[in-house]
Design a protein around this ligand. Structure first.
Ligand SMILES: Cc1cc2nc3c(=O)[nH]c(=O)nc-3n(C[C@H](O)[C@H](O)[C@H](O)COP(=O)(O)OP(=O)(O)OC[C@H]3O[C@@H](n4cnc5c(N)ncnc54)[C@H](O)[C@@H]3O)c2cc1C
Length: 462
């Protein structure tokens, strides 16, 4: 088999890349994924999972996701797991119908031998050899680790009642006490689900190795609410330009509502750019029993051993493992390489926008050096110490896009751009003022943030 591009990984990133690539270039693409259907980790997610960002700017460029409805809190709708499955099925059908994309789901990419790629059909065990005329695209470099595919890093004694989050709906029962282990978005989802299913806050014990910083969902809204989003980004730039040091910066961001802590009295260090609404935050703050004794080392039938102590666990306690890493912390490497593209983040918090951006640039041509200048890799944040690097990299990249007429037209036009509506609403006072405030501060902000780069951040433990 021959192909122009071999995309390894048909998760949201591989799909968004391929969709943008064939929109701009007459090429033949083969997507390989070991899962039986496209969509990546969303296919194995827990039953009550939802996007934490609006559907309006998620997925592939050429197919809208959702209908831009507002939810009960007045925010743009977020797709549920089943909605995402249906969406990815539609994406697969459209790619297939293009006649230029071959989908090899249920296939493992085994490696390369003498320049030829080897893939194996997981059902039949039959191998195929694929010669690549142009480039191999690594769309699994940032493969997500989700509860269904992860094993806990702590010991579990035989008989200790530990479940993954996907089992929660099966085990919930009157009188049970739930011990939720983890500090990130999955743990938040477990606690929110329990509270929403009539479990009293005093029946939840939350084991948080570290406390985390979150964003307010209100400030990541597209379309008609983009004014608030732009105002928040302007506040980020102003705070970064004026802050004396990192502590001062974090204080300004928290005072301005850009960063949130569930418990403002507890120091927080973890930061995975997850979002909460005001209502979720209020509900989570009702959980008083928080265990801060470090990471879990071992779970036994009647107790939990942690780094800095232990807590008892009665027979009614069900431990819920929410420690899967989620976002992949792989280090940065050049995105455009000879005969190879490695999909990574460029603008923070925008995985499918970034994959499509890279696909668009690949279709447009240009040298790897020029494309790498436009797409500096920007690894997912693990700790709040990564905030300066993350924002400085984004703002520097955006400066490059603005200076490139063709690219800035693409960025302004793609539905995957959270800020796409800024152009149409720029005449309105809130957006105009926010853009002016951002422009006034971003230059100094990038310089200050460069000076605030911390030593390598501590591990992304949850
Ligand atoms: C729980 C969770 C919630 C999230 N919510 C949001 C959100 O609301 N908004 C947002 O913007 N982002 C969100 N993200 C970020 C998310 O990671 C991206 O949005 C996106 O789904 C990641 O897609 P991906 O294609 O990079 O990775 P994956 O979905 O992990 O896909 C990688 C694929 O590569 C395949 N693969 C790996 N190795 C091989 C091999 N050797 N052979 C064949 N196939 C292989 C895997 O089977 C997998 O399907 C969330 C992440 C998690 C974990």
């Amino acid at each position: 088999m021959e192909t122009d591009y071999l995309v390894v990984g048909a998760g949201a990133s591989g799909l968004a890349f391929a969709d943008a690539l064939i929109a701009g270039a007459d090429v033949e693409v083969t997507l390989v994924d070991r899962r039986p259907a496209v969509g990546g980790h969303w296919r194995d997610a827990y039953p009550f999972v939802r996007l934490h960002t609006p559907s309006a700017y998620y997925g592939v460029d050429s197919i809208p996701l959702g209908e831009d409805r507002l939810d009960v809190e007045g925010f743009y709708e977020r797709a549920s797991g089943p909605e995402l499955h249906r969406y990815f099925d539609a994406v697969a059908a459209q790619l297939d119908a293009s006649g230029r994309v071959r989908l090899l789901t249920g296939h493992d990419h085994l490696g390369v031998e003498a320049g030829v790629h080897l893939v194996r059909d997981r059902r039949t065990g039959i191998d195929q050899r694929i010669a690549v005329r142009r480039k191999v695209v690594d769309a699994r470099y940032l493969e997500a680790s989700v509860p269904a595919t992860h094993s806990p890093t702590f010991d579990v004694a035989p008989g200790a009642p530990l479940i993954g989050i996907h089992k929660l709906p099966d085990v919930v029962r009157p009188g049970a006490v739930y011990s939720v282990i983890g500090a990130g978005k999955t743990a938040v989802d477990a606690c929110t689900w329990l509270l929403g299913h009539d479990v009293a806050p005093d029946h939840i014990r939350w084991i948080r190795p570290r406390d985390a910083w979150f964003h307010d969902r209100r400030e990541f809204q597209p379309l008609d609410q983009v004014g608030a989003t732009m105002a928040g980004i302007a506040l980020d730039a102003e705070a970064a330009a004026q802050a004396g040091d990192l502590d001062d910066l974090l204080g300004r961001l928290e005072d301005g509502g850009r960063l949130l802590r569930i418990d403002p009295s507890a120091p927080a260090s973890m930061y995975r750019a997850a979002m909460l609404s005001g209502a979720e935050l209020e509900a989570l703050r009702e959980i008083d029993h928080v265990v801060r004794l470090g990471r879990v080392r071992r779970i036994e039938a009647d107790r939990v051993l942690l780094e800095r102590g232990q807590v008892a666990a009665g027979t009614s306690v069900i431990h819920v493992d929410c420690t899967a890493r989620g976002l992949n912390d792989a280090p940065a490497q050049p995105i455009f390489q000879p005969c190879r593209v490695v999909l990574q983040q460029v603008r923070h918090n925008s995985p499918t926008f970034n994959a499509a951006l890279i696909g668009h640039l690949e279709a447009r041509g240009g040298t790897d050096a020029d494309n790498n200048r436009l797409c500096p890799p920007n690894p997912y944040p693990r700790s709040i110490l990564d905030w300066p690097r993350m924002c400085a990299t984004t703002w520097r990249a955006e400066r490059g896009w603005a200076a490139d007429r063709e690219l800035s037209a693409w960025v302004a036009g793609t539905r995957l751009n959270l800020l796409a509506a800024v152009r149409d609403r720029a005449a309105g006072p809130p957006v105009r003022e926010a853009v002016a405030r951002f422009v006034a501060h971003v230059g100094a902000a990038v310089e200050h943030l460069d000076r605030m780069q911390p030593p390598p951040s501590e591990g992304g433990d949850r």
